[in-house]
Design a binder for this molecule. Structure first.
Ligand code: ADP
Ligand code: MG
Length: 564
């Protein structure tokens, strides 16, 4: 038997670990299961390169409880460790990491983000004693046991262990008895280990028999070892994406779009982001983007990693390159994290552009649901604005959708003021402003519907961005002052009727006779209303309003000096 002192200077490191990590002690399970998965994958790799020639056998990880002994055990059939390796990887290396961690955060408990890998030693957050029983895959290896009771002293001795691999046995301490409860462990495994690449077994599958559930002899595997994001987009159908979405967020509506992320350089990142259909009962706290590192769940608070305007998206991001063992402020200033955020923004914009190009109809159908994300993105991110201005849509009160350019073209010819500024007229409430909308339309103006949550801010943004443009909201003043615009398409007169009306007008307004003019009927609501459109030359002479008969409305392209 070997006795020794773990290579650390602070004698009382375990109480400190427990105190500091108290709020998030459950992550010990994530750490131990992912170590077991790592050890298993290492052996698989050795085997595939021919460096391990033995039988791999069952390559799963098993988690089990023994309530009588008060233990929780994590077992694997991976590479195992020799005594020298324990000395190197457990006694020295792991602890130096812990020491560094403690030095860093000793005076600032709040700086701990709550998600960091203290690795193997996090087991001491919940244990009064930890045992490692391990047999290396190496030829003629001797199995060893290492124990440590929470002081920096450990013991190591040879043991008899036939099966290759490692058992980590935790003697759960009195304050953490909850980790001896099956439902608790199962829920933690489902949280952290749900998509690990190696099957994780916990208990047995159950069946309904004689009025109750009983264990079968089939192991219960708690994880999906090949989640959609780890596959190539070409291998996946729409159905696969949708079913992965409902695996992540059961009982949610179908997502609107998804984006498969896949990048190798300058950082590694995969994932699938979904645009959810946001309903009034959409639960922001439950349906978050989940961050994984090599398929290990890390966190669902992704502030600083995902651009803020995409925080409403759902799905999974997996990157081994996001430093997880550091404080959030560090994370936000990390250059890899910044690149990731930029990359995601670009990818989301490109995908939206692609859908817009390939299926405008679908894009329009979903616009009302996605516009919140897009407007928010355009408001908060200059780069996103640049891209999104090509596919962002404006919707008018007739439910027609236009891109910014298309809308400009639509109103360019007739919605300008005397300084040639484009006038964008908008309503914020289709019902309350119904009359004004009708009136503006009757005067030949198109009216935008800007009734979204962010529309007012978005208008402010467009006013800055679009040159020589003004946005005005329909109200009584505005509508009254709108100058009636010529719209050749709306005349309802036949040529005979026009002829006839011209004669009538000429007889009523003698001055008109010498002018070059046109009389039209314009539909306003149900009724048609007579209108005279004339040339400026005539208008100037019409300044004397006595030329007009009472009750006759006069509209037209008024010269600057003309006041009605
Ligand atoms: P990390 O996983 O980040 O290296 P840990 O503290 O979790 O840090 O583990 C330290 C080392 O101990 C691992 O790198 C590995 O070499 C060894 N180790 C831990 N658990 C196992 C295991 N189940 N099988 C084999 N080796 C292990
Ligand atoms: Mg580890």
């Amino acid at each position: 038997m070997q006795k020794g002192k773990i290579g650390v200077t602070t004698d009382n490191i375990f109480p400190i670990i427990k105190k500091f990590l108290y709020s998030d002690h459950e992550i010990f399970l994530r750490e131990l299961v992912s170590n077991a998965v790592d050890a298993t994958q290492k052996l698989k790799t050795l085997s595939s390169f021919g460096d391990f020639k033995g039988e791999l056998g069952d390559m799963n990880v098993k988690v089990s409880l023994d309530k009588k002994k008060g233990t929780l055990t994590i077992s694997d059939h991976g590479i195992g460790m020799t005594a020298e390796e324990i000395e190197k990887y457990i006694n020295q290396i792991a602890f130096s990491g812990a020491e560094e961690f403690l030095n860093k955060y000793k005076n600032d408990a709040n700086a701990i983000i709550g998600h960091f890998g203290l690795g193997f030693y996090s087991s001491f957050m919940v244990s009064k004693k930890v045992e490692i029983r391990t047999l290396s895959y190496k030829d003629n290896a001797q199995a060893v046991m290492w124990t440590c009771d929470g002081s920096p002293e450990f013991e190591m001795s040879d043991i008899d262990k036939k099966e290759r691999g490692t058992d980590i046995v935790l003697y759960i301490d009195d304050e953490n008895k909850e980790f001896l409860e099956e439902p608790k462990i199962e829920s933690l495994l489902k949280k952290y280990c749900r998509f690990l690449p190696i099957p994780v077994i916990f208990g047995k599958e159950q069946e309904w028999k004689d009025g109750k559930y009983v264990d079968t002899d089939k192991d219960k595997i708690i994880n999906d070892t090949a989640p959609a994001w780890t596959k190539k987009p070409t291998e996946l159908t729409d159905k696969d994406y949708k079913s992965f979405y409902s695996e992540l967020y059961p009982a949610s509506d179908e997502p609107l779009f998804w984006i498969h992320l896949n990048v190798d350089y300058p950082f590694k990142l995969t994932g699938i982001l979904y645009f959810p259909k946001i309903k009034s009962n959409f639960d922001l706290n439950r349906n978050k983007i989940q961050l994984y590192s090599n398929q290990v769940f890390v966190t669902d608070s992704v502030e600083g990693i995902v651009p803020e305007f995409l925080m409403l998206l759902q799905g999974v991001i997996d990157s081994p390159d996001i430093p997880l063992n550091v404080s959030r402020s560090y994370l936000q200033s990390d250059s890899n994290v910044k690149k990731i955020s930029t990359y995601i923004t670009k990818k989301v914009a490109d995908r939206l552009q692609e859908i817009f190009n390939n299926d405008r109809k679908q894009f329009e159908d979903k616009w009302d649901d996605i516009k919140l994300f897009i407007e928010y993105g355009m408001l908060s991110d200059e780069k996103f604005y640049e891209k999104a201005q090509k596919f962002a849509l404006l919707k008018n009160t007739e439910n027609k959708y236009y891109t910014l350019d298309e809308y400009k073209t639509l109103i360019e010819s007739n919605q300008t003021d005397k300084d040639k500024n484009l006038i964008y007229i908008y309503a914020t409430d289709r019902i309350a402003q119904y009359n004004y909308i009708e009136m503006a339309q009757a005067k030949g103006y198109d009216v935008l519907l800007m009734d979204g949550q962010l529309d007012i801010h978005f208008i402010g943004l467009l006013e800055q961005k679009l040159e020589k443009s003004r946005f005005v909201r329909v109200d009584s003043d505005i509508v009254e002052n709108l100058v009636k615009k010529e719209d050749k398409g709306t005349t309802v007169l036949t040529s005979e009727e026009r002829e006839m009306m011209t004669t009538v007008f000429k007889s009523q307004i003698p001055a008109i006779e010498k002018a070059d003019f046109l009389v039209m009927f314009e539909p306003i609501g149900e009724k048609a209303q007579p209108v005279i459109i004339t040339q400026n030359e005539f208008m100037r002479r019409m300044k004397d309003m006595s030329a007009m008969q009472p009750g006759m409305n006069f509209y037209g392209e008024l010269p600057d000096s003309f006041n009605l």
